[in-house]
Design a protein around this ligand. Structure first.
Ligand code: AHR
Length: 665
């Protein structure tokens, strides 16, 4: 039996036979005051942060398997390997029609002068293509050929080069206009690192562009859609919001590389590809083939939010490029187009189908509004330059949409001069929401569980917009998503929950990472070409989100909140809809901790409680593709020891969620 299984058994035993636990010392009870509502918990409380980092979108969430499908990478044939058994310099030419088509200028001209020779281009995919046996694959290409004579066949290859799927592409129309050809075929075998060979037969010339291959098992089966297993991981969290598209990607290395949402909607062949800033940001994790095709653009982000019941939270560029990089600024008298982008985005999301931007949304297949209520202006921007630009955005947005919520940046860190300057000024300006980021050590998270206890209850609210425990365990230059970090996050989150009067939103960051294409660790969900798994931090996030309740109630020991005394942390909510009391307890110590949990102010508690425990004796435990559930929730039932009392032992290094029903007895 594996060590983790043994531990899970031990966890259950510890909890179920709590009364017999001799080792543990009993102390003052945790008193949950179920009828003393402290504040509401916002429906948005626990959400997700998405950025195209670590191959999050291209090569990840976006299910496209062909890399550099439109030949727009800096090196136009990157990702493609040409094979020909004859020497002809002009067989493959990259043409650029920039004057006619600024968004998608390049295409490939293929010329073949003999029927008897071999000419093909093979696409390597994003670190290979993940192929599933018996699944249908949908290929498409834009083509133009002056005359009949040349044709295209496809060969899907496995890792060793064996053919595991074939098709003939119907490129039948000759003429000067671009046509779309499509064909579907079934893979006869699986491959974790497949590739696609596009072979040219006969002779003649053909222009090709937007060479595309999608699996048919996308999320909701949408053609050209998203990877279903990755979206399912998000849906399983039931996030209250989804923040997109970042992150630093919003700012860009310089302004030319900033995220411009208007260039990410409409037909995919009209979305202008740009370099991804994570292509070159970290020399030790350079990704020269990392670009943004915007196959996942703003329409798809809104649609994703809609699908998984999350409120959309777009973050827009505020007229400043990344201050760690170029620190380019848009002059104050030239900000109008940026502000107009923000106003137009609200119309795109919510506007009537007859409005300019609402019409575009409807044309993309979503006439109903996306109910956009909030937007971030700037990501990790700071200084007076930020404040003066933010003020113009705020004035314009509020003038047109007075109730619209604007999320403001507090810079890169949760303390220090930059933070203090922004925090003071933003509060003085009565900012709606301030976005705080904390990438910190586990010990920081443990000692900051009371961070928000003294924040003003009125006025400005908090968005913990990016956070993650950065474990002290570093392996091969990679910080690990281990239980040490996740446990500290769970402890810290009791403080977020307790202060839901102030904290209206929170999201771990970053969200996704490809095991062979990451730039930043740790990350919430890891993927390869075929699989994905949630880290221990994922399960912490999920447990909070699935148990967020509707109202905060006190969980006190000796009249005080538990925020680290004896290494224990706790918070409690009630759910008015399900009539449940939900207590969260973190034991961050190496010893079992026994407590009586006394529930006051709730008539008719059920005899049994549902207990969910997440934990590992070894703080360095990680989940992996081979062992995705090493740290994962274990659910059981526990019986109350009195009318309103549960005798509970929290095993070492555990996060427990205890759910009691009210009104059942
Ligand atoms: O989450 C990774 C990066 O961390 C984000 O892009 C940025 O906002 C922060 O610095």
């Amino acid at each position: 039996m594996k060590r983790t299984k043994l531990y899970k058994k031990a966890l259950l035993a510890a909890c179920l036979t709590a009364t017999g636990y001799v080792q543990a010392q009993q102390s003052a009870p945790i008193v949950v005051k179920a009828s003393q509502i402290v504040s509401d918990v916002q429906p948005t409380m626990w959400g997700v942060f998405f950025e195209d980092i670590n191959l999050g979108a291209d090569g990840g969430l976006y299910a496209e398997l062909v890399k550099n499908r439109s030949f727009e990478f800096s090196r136009p044939l990157m990702g493609w390997k040409a094979e020909q058994d004859f020497f002809d310099e002009s067989a493959l030419q990259v043409l650029n029609r920039l004057e006619q088509n600024t968004a998608n200028p390049r295409y490939l001209r293929v010329t073949k002068n003999s029927n008897d020779t071999h000419l093909s281009v093979t696409n390597e995919g994003f670190r290979g293509m993940g192929i599933k046996k018996n699944l249908r694959y949908d290929f498409s290409v834009l083509y133009r050929k002056p005359a009949a004579g040349i044709s295209i066949t496809l060969e899907l290859l496995n890792t060793t080069g064996k053919v595991i799927g074939t098709a003939v592409v119907p490129v039948d129309v000759a003429g000067n206009n671009w046509q779309k050809a499509a064909v579907s075929f079934t893979a006869t075998d699986s491959a974790s690192k497949g590739s696609l060979r596009v072979a040219f037969k006969g002779n003649g010339s053909i222009d090709i562009d937007m060479v595309s291959l999608f699996p048919s098992d996308t999320w909701k089966g949408r053609p050209g859609g998203l990877r279903a297993d990755m979206v399912q991981k998000l849906a399983d969290m039931k996030p209250g919001f989804i923040r997109f598209p970042g992150g630093c990607i919003v700012e860009g290395f310089d302004l030319s590389q900033r995220y411009q949402w208007k260039k990410t909607i409409g037909p995919v062949e009209e979305r202008q590809l740009i370099i991804n800033r994570w292509n070159f940001e970290f020399p030790h994790r350079a990704a020269p083939d990392y670009f943004q095709s915007f196959g996942v653009g703003f329409f798809e982000y809104f649609q994703l939010a809609d699908d998984i019941g999350a409120s959309p939270l777009p973050i827009l560029n505020c007229g400043m490029a990344c201050q760690f990089n170029s620190a380019e600024l848009v002059p104050m008298d030239q900000l109008d187009p940026y502000i107009q982008d923000a106003l137009d985005l609200i119309e795109f999301a919510n506007g009537d189908v007859n409005s300019t931007w609402g019409k575009k949304r409807a044309e993309m297949g979503h006439p109903a509004p996306f109910h956009l209520k909030m937007m971030g202006v700037g990501n990790e921007n700071w200084g007076p330059q930020y404040l003066e630009r933010l003020a113009l955005f705020t004035k314009a947005i509020k003038a047109k949409y007075p109730d619209f919520i604007i999320v403001n940046s507090s810079g890169t860190d949760p303390d220090g001069q930059r933070f203090d300057y922004l925090n003071t000024n933003l509060r003085a300006a009565n900012a709606d929401v301030i976005d705080e980021h904390y990438y910190r050590s586990p010990s920081w998270f443990l000692s900051n569980a009371g961070r928000y206890d003294n924040y003003p209850r009125k006025g400005t609210k908090i968005f913990g917009g990016e956070y993650a425990g950065h474990s002290d365990r570093v392996v091969d230059g990679k910080r690990q998503n281990n239980w040490q970090a996740a446990l500290a996050e769970a402890a810290f989150m009791t403080g977020l929950e307790r202060n839901a009067a102030v904290v209206h939103m929170a999201s771990y960051a970053p969200l996704f990472a490809h095991s062979e294409g990451w730039q930043w660790t740790p990350d919430l969900i890891w993927v390869n070409n075929l699989q994905s798994y949630g880290t221990p931090s994922y399960y912490v996030q999920q447990l909070y989100s699935l148990n967020k309740g509707t109202s905060v109630v006190p969980a006190l020991v000796n009249g005080e909140a538990l925020k680290g005394q004896d290494s224990l942390y706790a918070s409690a909510v009630v759910d008015k809809n399900t009539k449940e009391i939900i207590l969260k307890i973190v034991n961050a110590s190496a010893t079992p901790q026994t407590k009586d949990i006394v529930v006051e102010g709730a008539a008719g508690l059920s005899k049994n409680a549902v207990l969910t425990v997440l934990g590992s004796q070894d703080l360095y435990t990680i989940n992996s593709f081979d062992n995705p559930a090493a740290v994962s929730p274990v659910t059981s039932q526990v019986t109350l020891s009195g009318k309103n009392k549960l005798h509970y032992t929290a095993a070492p290094y555990t996060f427990s969620v205890i759910k009691l029903s009210m009104g059942a007895r």
